[in-house]
Design a binder for this molecule. Structure first.
Ligand code: BEZ
Ligand code: MG
Length: 569
């Protein structure tokens, strides 16, 4: 390695560390009815302040500080800090001032913080006061927790005021909590903002593949959920439309009534074929959006364009040569049969109910092979789905929340993992798997492996996270066990978990005797399941465990079994 290469590597490492440091890490469970503590509130405010809020006429704090200091835009600093030490220093300077300002705000209020910003970074007081007023309102509303009261009123059959559903960073309008969640107007999907935001994400996704493979992916398998598209006003939908190369057309009442095909010379790249697997909730909430997506695909499939610039058409024609009707060969919107929900992949994996490598993918297709749009109405269409999946090179899902990640719940591996396995069954090759971080500036996209590592470092192996959980006693141990089970889900469905992750989990929770004793005394059931999961990971070949570690785990597992059966302790 040359000195320059070494320096670049160190810089990239440092940039990764910043990424880890700056992630919002929930440090405990939400206790119903209890407002967040000061430290947690400060983290949330910092995150909220890091976004432009045109709806409140507010610029982001890092944006204001970068401008005040006469530096390039904060987005530029972020984009270039991984490859330029100079930009990294500027980025850190901005972030240090922002941190200081938030601290001052929390101890001395908005005026003091605004004065500090004027002095440290020439930020005009009226501009920073606007954002501190917003933060002040949020802070007040965070204290005003109406959850218990609303629960009691709901149980009395009284009316509960509705509010939007989102996370705080996305939409501070969700506060105060303790209200009913209202959905969106499905005719407003995707919103103009969602469509704009989807541009950076789809560009990142395609560029990433382009960089790694030297060409565009021909087909992407995508997961669309209902709640996410409510929370983001349809970002996932907007991403699908952009990949295909179309845009929504709005009628006089601003309802999305149709789509318009973006001409190839304006698109500047091929149209990507998108196979959409949508949740049952999405299907129920967004019937006309499914129609719209299906119409978009069929319109594009019918365009007279060269196959190398229109993969939708190319694949529909290939499907038609395989004995499908052309129209059927362009079916791309799949979900459960009407009235049914979920993939059951989560259950299959949790219970270890699979033997053959292809069972998970088969189950996914069995559950999701019902075609929607046009007049299909959920007709069973296994052959159509399998034909569409056989061309997929990338699977992808939009992650819309800073709070719930891909190892926090089993639904991500159930859907995106299930889809990935289904593709692998057809192509014999695991597709590249990507997730976007739609809240990050620049539409950041990560590979599945990168995101599993990041969440493992920021949560599973982070004392700040697990001590936060263990404060909750019995439930906290269950949360740790659940997170490891969800991580295992990514081994089962996508082979996406490195050995070191299991090594470190074993050493953190089992080889550390004091920690093991804590787990065992707080919740012996979850401690046993956790050990069983690691042993299963090794048994299924997902983890090449050190022999001594493996034996130690088995012996601790036997101890836990004895304890549960009342044979010891
Ligand atoms: C949904 O919002 O569509 C959804 C969320 C979690 C799991 C499955 C579906
Ligand atoms: Mg479930």
């Amino acid at each position: 390695m040359t000195p320059e290469e070494r320096d670049r590597l160190v810089l990239r490492l440092y940039d990764n560390l910043l990424d880890i440091e700056q992630r919002l890490i929930p440090t405990g469970l939400h206790v119903f009815g209890r407002p967040p503590g000061d430290a947690e509130a400060a983290d949330m405010l910092r995150m909220v302040a890091s976004f432009d809020r045109p709806e409140f006429g507010v610029r982001s704090l890092p944006g204001l500080v970068a401008r005040g200091l006469g530096l390039p835009a904060y987005e530029v600093l972020l984009a270039e800090s991984g490859s330029s030490e100079y930009r990294l220093a500027q980025r850190e300077r901005v972030e240090a001032v922002v941190r200081l300002a938030i601290e001052r705000f929390l101890t001395g209020g908005g005026e003091g913080a605004a004065r500090l910003l004027a002095g440290e970074a020439n930020v005009p007081v009226d501009e920073s006061l606007a954002i501190f007023r917003l933060l002040g309102t949020i802070r007040e509303q965070l204290r005003e927790n109406g959850e218990l009261d609303a629960l009691v009123r709901a149980m009395n059959g009284e009316y509960i005021e509705p509010g939007p559903g989102a996370d705080i960073v996305q939409n501070p309008g969700i506060l105060p909590t303790g209200r009913n969640t209202h959905a969106v107007n499905p005719y407003g999907i995707p919103s103009a903002v969602a469509f704009r935001r989807a541009e950076a994400v789809t560009a990142s996704l395609l560029n990433r593949f382009l960089q790694e493979r030297g060409r565009y992916p021909e087909a992407i398998g995508m997961v669309l959920w209902g709640m996410d598209n409510i929370k983001t006003q349809g970002e996932g939908v907007a991403q699908a439309l952009r990949l295909i190369g179309v845009e929504p057309r709005r009628d006089g009442m601003n309802r999305v009534s149709d789509i318009e095909v973006v001409p190839l010379d304006r698109l500047g790249r091929p149209r990507i074929d998108v196979v959409m697997t949508v949740s049952g909730i999405f299907r129920d909430l967004f019937a006309q959006t499914m129609e719209l997506l299906d119409r978009a695909v069929r319109k594009v499939a019918a365009m007279d364009e060269p196959p190398e610039m229109n993969f939708v058409r190319k694949h529909a024609e290939a499907g038609a040569r395989e004995d499908l009707a052309f129209d059927d060969a362009a079916a791309r919107v799949f979900s459960n049969s009407p009235g049914s929900y979920g993939t059951n992949v989560d259950v299959m994996v949790a219970d270890g109910q699979w033997d053959g490598a292809d069972e998970i993918g088969k189950l996914f297709v069995t559950r999701k092979c019902f075609a929607y749009g046009r007049s299909l109405e959920g007709r069973e269409a296994r052959a159509l789905m399998e034909s569409a999946l056989s061309r997929v090179e990338v699977t992808y899902q939009n992650v819309d929340s800073a709070e719930v990640g891909i190892t926090d719940v089993d639904h991500y591996f159930e859907y995106l993992g299930g889809l990935t396995k289904a593709v692998q069954n057809r192509t014999g090759e695991r597709p590249d798997v990507y997730l976007s971080d739609s809240l990050a500036p620049l539409g950041k996209v990560r590979s599945l492996e990168e995101l599993v590592r990041l969440e493992t470092r920021t949560k599973t192996l982070n004392p700040k996270w697990y001590e936060g959980m263990l404060k909750h006693g019995f439930r906290g141990v269950a949360e740790i066990e659940r997170r490891v089970a969800n991580t295992f889900g990514w081994s089962a469905t996508a082979g996406a978990v490195d050995d070191w992750i299991y090594d470190e989990i074993a050493s953190t929770y089992f080889l550390d005797e004091a920690m093991f004793e804590r787990l065992r005394s707080l919740n012996v059931h979850s401690a046993r399941s956790l050990a069983a999961r690691l042993i299963e990971a090794e048994g299924r070949g997902f983890w090449a465990a050190d022999e001594a570690v493996s034996q130690r785990l088995r012996s601790l597992f036997a101890d836990l079994e004895d304890q549960l059966e009342g044979l010891a302790r």
